[in-house]
Design a protein around this ligand. Structure first.
Ligand SMILES: O=C(O)CCC(=O)C(=O)O
Ligand SMILES: [Fe+2]
Length: 327
């Protein structure tokens, strides 16, 4: 446990908020974040300012949705051009080059752009860009859409704050990322890991080993364990910190820093045999503006890279990831 909590350190953001700790407070918080992003790519934040009342409502309304009988929740089954509910048909482990039987979860997805008019969404990338999909809000439980919308807004704010601390941690102007994330195309996902109905198939997990694709993930999860991070071929449990969010960086942030920061493989293991716990996790995948140009930051390029820097955009990045995973 001691080792696991060192691997995923707890960072208290209060000294970086509201100017309470001043410039020195922000710099020291940024330094802690930078160390975590270099070593494990994972840390837990507390003192983040997101009201417990909001995370509590988010947890409750989402659980209530998954508890609905199948025909009622399937009114919002996802389909072409729209988000909603889906049952895992494969494992996310495919994206990391592995293969495994389907993950043992059901998933509901909404996007921050998903309520915009179709023409406006279409301007943010092709049909293959997941963030251009329309939201499909369930009518029950009551209040679902309002709570999710408020939560997405809060997560967008926290994501922007973290990017500012990332900039400081990387020795950049604090505002460096601001104009690259001011039209962010983030996605909010609920993973519901239902109670096991029998032994898993060989290699089957609640969620297979994968790394996240985007810039940063803000994860709210319940106290049921299972999230593990891989280091040197060994799996470490991510300790549960009440009231905290687990933050991890994704492949795009690793690219942006030319590998100086690491996007670490993680998974959700199965519960112990005989336990019937379900589990809920709510990752918010914070993604920059769809068309922002992303190149490895000059200070992290090696001398040999200088002349052959290839850039990308979140749009191109996701197209390549989707093709590699689902084709
Ligand atoms: O359920 C969790 O704790 C992690 C989920 C996850 O890694 C993901 O959705 O990418
Ligand atoms: Fe993940």
């Amino acid at each position: 446990m001691g080792k696991d909590s060192e691997f995923v350190p707890v960072v208290d953001l209060s000294a970086a908020r509201n100017g309470s700790g001043g410039r020195r407070g922000r710099t020291s918080v940024a330094r802690e974040i930078g160390r975590a992003c270099e070593s494990s790519g994972f840390f837990t934040v507390v003192g983040h300012g997101i009201p417990a009342e909001l995370t509590g409502r988010m947890d409750a309304v989402t659980r209530e949705f998954f508890r609905l009988p199948a025909p009622r929740k399937e009114k919002v089954l996802c389909g072409p051009g729209k988000g909603g509910l889906r049952y895992a048909e494969g494992s996310v482990a495919r994206g990391a080059g592995g293969d495994a039987p389907p993950d043992l979860c059901e998933i509901y997805t909404a996007n921050v752009l998903g309520d915009l008019a179709p023409e406006r969404r279409a301007r943010c990338g092709g049909a293959d860009a997941p963030w251009t999909r329309a939201n499909d809000w369930p009518e029950e439980p009551a209040g679902f859409r309002d709570v999710w919308t408020a939560y997405m807004r809060a997560m967008g704010g926290l994501g922007g704050d973290l990017m500012r601390l990332f900039a400081l941690a990387l020795g950049l102007d604090e505002e460096f990322f601001d104009d690259k994330v001011d039209r962010h195309v983030s996605t909010l996902v609920a993973n519901h890991y239902f109670p096991p109905s029998g032994p898993p198939l060989p290699g089957q997990m609640r969620m297979g080993a994968h790394s996240d694709w985007g810039s940063l993930t803000i994860l709210l999860r319940d106290a049921v364990g299972g999230l593990q991070v891989r280091r040197d071929g060994e799996w470490h449990d991510v300790p549960h910190v009440p009231g905290g969010f687990v933050i991890n960086i994704g492949d795009l942030m690793a690219f942006w820093t030319n590998g100086h920061w690491v996007s670490t493989v993680h998974r959700v293991r199965n519960p112990a045999e005989g336990t019937t716990d379900s589990r809920l996790s709510l990752p918010f995948f914070f993604l920059p503006n769809h068309d922002t140009r992303i190149e490895p930051l000059p200070r992290f390029r090696k001398s040999g890279d200088r002349d052959r820097v290839t850039g990308t955009t979140p749009g191109e990045w996701f197209r390549a990831k989707m093709a590699a995973t689902y084709s």
